[in-house]
Design a protein around this ligand. Structure first.
Ligand SMILES: [Zn+2]
Ligand SMILES: [Zn+2]
Length: 424
């Protein structure tokens, strides 16, 4: 099925219909995630003014009058004036208002596009601060900065507070805004993502208190990430026996604390654990190195919505990149993609496909539980297929790049693993 269906609807409005409301029905079938409407009529000859709005099977979703020629409605985002939300199947209607119609009447042409849910990689930033704690960005500054970089989602994780999440509800220029809070204690930090008010009390000093706070947050639906666990100033000292869904292995620009976190993560994976690795910029204010999208978190989500993005993270469909337009690697192993498991039944090897783009002379490393299995250089982009041993626990990829201006090699991309199942 195509991911977008487009149709043109036309309606002739006679002079006699002036000052009436007209409905043009259309059907929504299947899992639609976005409705886009563009309309036009001849404005040159006579004083035609035709207003527009949208009705779902349940209610009027929005009305822009004569102020806009185009608008959209999505699951979490919409043109100001229109309500974002679930897009139920059924009969929807374009609403027209025949405010002023010339004596000869006028034709209204409506271009309608329905976009359907489908898996694809979308990018965002899962960790940022602003005026609601110790940063200088307002909510609209952060949204503007993320939008300029082409990010589709942003999580607001001010230290120990919830007021930023209430402020995002009022933001009139939107990307997908994920509510969050960074539990910030003297013994470590953890992001709680997806709930408006996930944290009852941040004052945790023991592993037991941390486990209790995180359990409560999970009970409110929050996804839990243990942040910068090996940060020299604020490491996670509350143990790894607490409930969590992901580890922030990449915090801000590439530094030794991230190196240590990836090393620790590799050891856990090699021991047979399945842990999702995520990243976040931890941006607080304008800064030459710490900026929204550094690193960028790619998630393979079925829709551009908070719910779909959080589900993709829980499933491990996550790739981290040094920046918004930097190296991106996708993997497939047999029929499985990143975050998934391929089950082997007697095969000794499997076909692995590595897709790379945005690599500026990077060295690609293919990792398994045994360490680096293969490595090669990529100028810009390419697709590489290879046979790999099936008696491994997982495969994942990293890219490394030498930065002459820093005179050091950084990680430019890191994928989550594709796991190999050896059961029957
Ligand atoms: Zn922190
Ligand atoms: Zn932070």
């Amino acid at each position: 099925m195509s991911v977008v269906s487009a149709q043109t609807l036309k309606r002739w409005i006679a002079k006699e219909e002036e000052k009436t409301y007209i409905e043009i029905p259309f059907a929504v079938e299947g899992a639609v995630e976005r409705i886009e409407v563009l309309y036009a009529y001849d404005r040159s000859d006579g004083p035609a003014v035709v207003d527009i709005g949208l009705r779902s099977p349940e209610r009027i979703v929005g009305w822009s009058g004569g102020a806009r020629e185009t608008f959209f409605v999505g699951l979490d985002t919409a043109t100001p004036g229109y309500l974002a939300g679930p897009i139920p199947e059924g009969e929807w209607r374009i609403l027209l208002g025949a405010y002023r119609i010339p004596p000869g009447g006028c034709e209204v042409r409506i271009e309608l596009k329905l976009a359907y849910k489908h898996p694809r990689w979308i990018k965002g930033d899962l960790h940022m601060h602003g005026v609601h704690s110790d940063g200088s960005y307002t909510i609209s500054d952060s949204i503007q900065s993320c939008k300029e970089k082409g990010l589709a989602f942003a999580a607001f994780t001010d230290h120990n507070n919830a007021s930023q999440n209430l402020a995002t509800l009022a933001a009139d220029d939107r990307i997908v805004l994920i509510p969050g809070v960074e539990l910030t204690s003297y013994k470590g930090h953890a992001n709680l993502l997806g709930a408006l008010d996930a944290l009852d009390d941040f004052r945790v000093l023991t592993p037991e208190q941390a486990a209790e706070a995180l359990r409560r947050a999970a009970g409110k639906g929050a996804l839990i990430s243990l942040n910068h666990p090996f940060c020299p100033d604020c490491p996670w000292e509350l143990g790894f026996d607490v409930p969590y869904d992901a580890i922030e292995v990449w915090n801000g620009p590439w530094r030794p604390l991230n190196e240590t976190a990836v090393h620790w993560w590799q050891e856990q994976l090699a021991a047979g654990k399945k842990i999702v690795a995520i990243g976040g910029s931890d941006t607080h204010a304008p800064h030459p190195l710490v900026a929204h999208g550094t690193p960028t978190t790619y998630v393979k989500a079925d829709a551009e919505s908070k719910e779909a993005i959080l589900q993709a993270i829980r499933d491990g469909r996550v790739v981290l990149s040094f920046g918004v337009n930097e190296t991106f690697i996708d993997l497939s192993l047999g029929s499985a993609g990143i975050g998934e498991t391929v089950n082997v039944r007697g095969e000794s090897d499997l076909q692995l496909t590595v897709n790379v783009r945005g690599a500026a002379g990077d060295r690609i490393e293919l990792w398994s539980d045994r360490g680096i299995e293969q490595e090669w250089d990529v100028e810009e982009e390419g697709e590489f297929t290879m046979r790999v041993q099936a008696d491994r626990l997982f495969y994942r990829a990293e890219a490394k790049r030498f930065l002459p201006q820093w005179n050091r090699t950084i990680t430019s991309c890191l994928t989550n693993p594709i796991y190999i199942g050896h059961g029957d």
